[in-house]
Structure formats: C-alpha cells, structure tokens
Design a protein around this ligand. Structure first.
Ligand code: PEP
Length: 254
C-alpha cells in the first residue's frame, strides 16, 4: 500500500507573523516547484493569516493550526474555534500534542471532542499519541497507545479517518535530541496501525498516514521514513529552520 508521506513543521510558540513570512519565502526558494511529499506548516495562531497570505501562490504547502476549541463559539476566553481557523484557510489542526497533554492537562476525552468537531467541520486532524519514558521503561507502550487510540478516536467516522493523520511521538524523544530507533518507531507504528484496523477496519488502517515525531533531523530522516509503517514526520526544532526543514522534505523518499 503506498501512502503519500506528510511532513509537518510544528513551530510551537516561535515565529510571529514577520518571521513566519520570512521562513516561507526562504523555504519556497529551497523546495522548488514540486515535491513528492505533502508539506504542512503549523504556525502560532497569530501568524496563521500572514502565513496564508505568503502561501497564496504555493500549491505545495498546506497550513495547520496547533490547536482548536471544540465548541463553535462562546465564553471560552483565549480559545479559537474551528470556524475561525477555516476562515483563514487552515487545512489541518494538530490535536493531542504531548505538550497540550502534559502542560495543559488535556486528556483523551477532550482530544476526542476536538477530533469529532474537526470531522464535523471537514477539517483534517493530526492526532498525536505517544508514551512517556516512564511508560516505556515499564513496558506500557502498547497499553498507552491502545488507550489513547481507543478513547481519542471513539465514535469517529471511518470515512473521515481516511483524511486524518496520526502522529506517533514518543514523549521522551520530543525536543531531547534522543530519537527513537527506526526499529522502535516501526514497531510502534505497526502496532498503531493494527489497533486502528481493529477499530475502523482494514481499509482505514491500510490507508491512514502515521507520522513519526521526536528529534527528526535531516540526517536521520531517510532511515526513519523508510520504515514500512512510517508515513512522514511531525517536526519541532528542525522545522524552525527553512534549510533543515527543506532537507527533511527532500530526504523523505517516496
Ligand atoms: C514535536 O514537538 O512535535 C517534536 C517532534 O519536536 P522535536 O522535533 O523538536 O523533537
């Protein structure tokens, strides 16, 4: 089954509008006119509009938000609705990132509400899962991934799952410089695909794209991305630099 790789840069709380546009202009020159992979940038909320304008002539790069609220509107100070993101032209929304889970206390139930709201609005979620170091050391990788998938994807529509993306991001590899070995990544991705198959059936499990995230750099991209069940990358640190990010995109062989 061939799945088109998807490489996304999560800029987290970096790059205001001016820096975002600067990145896009430089990246545009580096990447050229075509790419065999889907490329996604996830700027901070305040940089989404400027990024969209800078991407107006780009057919290569799509836009993601790093978060959303599941309600359409209301008294939720500081939150952003999916409708607002659609107005800007956002294609994807990252949900369940480990920083949202660990720092802001988001749980699988909340992530499930966001996933349902995104599906209802026809916006594609990038749903992050992954175990902590403690959980890995205690042989809980599979039970944690199974729980995150079962609860986070509860009652989602199979058809909409085909356009959704899962990002396997072992928490111990995020921003630490410590990458999962290609074998560790493949095993977690294989298991993730198996659980998705149990929930949504063979068609979805064979077609859904599963990204790896955790200290992806130009130097380790090729080996990680060549694993059978790894369909792209969610990149933090190395996605802040247009040169590194363009190399990661180019080093992803289809
Ligand atoms: C991330 O935050 O999703 C991530 C993978 O970060 P880094 O690439 O810096 O480890």
């Amino acid at each position: 089954m061939s799945r088109k790789p998807i490489i996304a840069a999560n800029w987290k709380m970096h790059k205001g509008p001016a820096e975002a546009v600067e990145f896009i202009e430089e990246f545009d020159n580096l990447i050229g006119d075509s790419s065999p992979v889907d490329i996604v940038l996830a700027p901070a909320f305040v940089s989404l509009s400027a990024s969209k304008q800078a991407l107006v002539n780009s057919e290569l790069v799509q836009l993601a938000s790093q978060n959303c609220h599941f309600e359409q509107q209301g008294a939720f100070t500081g939150e952003i609705s999916i409708g607002m993101l659609q107005e800007i032209g956002v294609d994807y929304v990252i949900i369940g990132h480990s920083e949202r889970r660990c720092i802001f206390g988001e749980d699988d139930g909340l992530i499930n509400q966001k996933a349902k709201a995104l599906h209802a609005a026809d916006v594609k979620p990038i749903i992050c899962i992954g175990e902590t170091l403690d959980e890995r050391d205690n042989d809980q990788v599979e039970s944690v991934l199974r729980r995150q998938l079962t609860e986070g994807l509860m009652e989602l529509d199979s058809d909409k799952m085909l356009d959704s993306v899962i990002a396997y991001e072992p928490v111990w590899a995020i921003g630490t410089g410590r990458t999962a070995s290609p074998e560790q990544a493949q095993e977690a991705h294989r298991f993730t695909r198996e659980v998705i198959g149990e929930i949504f059936g063979e068609d979805v499990s064979s077609k859904i794209r599963i990204q790896y995230g955790g200290s992806v750099k130009p130097e380790n991209t090729e080996e990680l991305m060549s694993q059978a069940d790894v369909d792209g990358a969610l990149v933090g640190g190395a996605g802040l630099d247009p040169v590194s990010f363009s190399e990661i995109c180019k080093n992803t062989k289809v």
